[in-house]
Design a protein around this ligand. Structure first.
Ligand SMILES: Nc1ncnc2c1ncn2[C@@H]1O[C@H](COP(=O)(O)OP(=O)(O)OP(=O)(O)O)[C@@H](O)[C@H]1O
Length: 235
């Protein structure tokens, strides 16, 4: 498999005015990679995602997204207001093309057919005319994933995608992500508190501690002091 670098951080410091959260952070995400970002509450995972998405400039260093990466698909944590969004499933999924649509008034036929294809792939085609806010949490996450797929070329970024889902729905979502990663070659960067599943599916782990971090393969993480402590409940 082609292992192009899609995203890289080189000696990056991240944080807010007067408050550095990450220091000397260096890691890359390659095509087809599945990276999980794990760590305690307040350790900086969301800060990192904001910076990877270009919403928060680094305090120091450079974050590069390669041209090959193209547009990123993003599945954010949902707020209550977003759960109540009064739109149909099709409208929510198609909104993944908003930035590609630019000033065009309508979505193209190709965009509409791609949206249908993504809904089919995620098993939500029969929900396409339903109101988004009337769906279950698991169905809503699939809709948001289909929306992210409309935007994504080669990279999906997900912020705690299984929060609020029951164990069966969470496992379904993980299997779908694994399918997209292995069969469609999408690189995945996922923040999660669900360490068991992260370790089951991830190729690489980025651990955020208070002022410390570790990046390596899943096996390297498990053998590290961070992995032995943080993943202790598995053994
Ligand atoms: N907008 C902000 N301005 C200043 N400090 C912030 C801001 N957002 C977060 N922080 C601080 O940055 C640190 C990291 O927060 P962040 O939300 O990135 O952690 P997290 O690992 O995502 O936490 P959680 O697991 O609870 O979601 C915390 O000390 C937090 O208080």
């Amino acid at each position: 498999m082609d292992k192009e670098t899609l995203l890289s951080c080189r000696d990056v410091s991240l944080g807010y005015e007067g408050h550095t959260v990450w220091e000397h952070l260096t890691f890359s995400v390659h095509s087809g990679e599945y990276l999980c970002i794990v760590g305690e509450n307040g350790s900086g995972k969301s800060t990192l995602l904001k910076s990877l998405l270009g919403l928060l400039p680094p305090l120091k260093g450079v974050i590069r997204r390669s041209e090959a990466a193209g547009a990123v698909g993003y599945l954010p944590q949902q707020t209550q207001a977003q759960r109540d969004f009064p739109a149909t499933v099709s409208e929510v999924v198609l909104s993944g093309f908003l930035s590609a649509r630019g000033r065009r008034f309508f979505y193209s036929a190709a965009e509409k057919s791609q949206a249908l294809m993504h809904m089919g792939k995620l098993g939500i085609l029969e929900l396409k005319d339903r109101c988004y806010r009337e769906l279950s949490g698991g169905q809503q996450q699939r809709v948001l994933l289909a929306r992210a797929l409309c935007a994504a070329r080669r990279l999906l970024i997900l912020d705690e995608p299984v929060t609020g889902l029951d164990p069966a729905a969470a496992q379904d979502l993980y299997r779908t992500l694994a399918y997209l990663n292995k069969n469609e070659g999408l690189a995945i960067v996922m923040v999660t508190h669900d360490l068991q599943s992260a370790l089951q599916y991830a190729d690489t782990v980025l651990y955020a501690g208070q002022g410390k971090w570790f990046h390596g393969t899943t096996a390297e993480y498990l053998a590290s002091p961070y992995g032995r402590r943080f993943g202790g409940e598995r053994t």
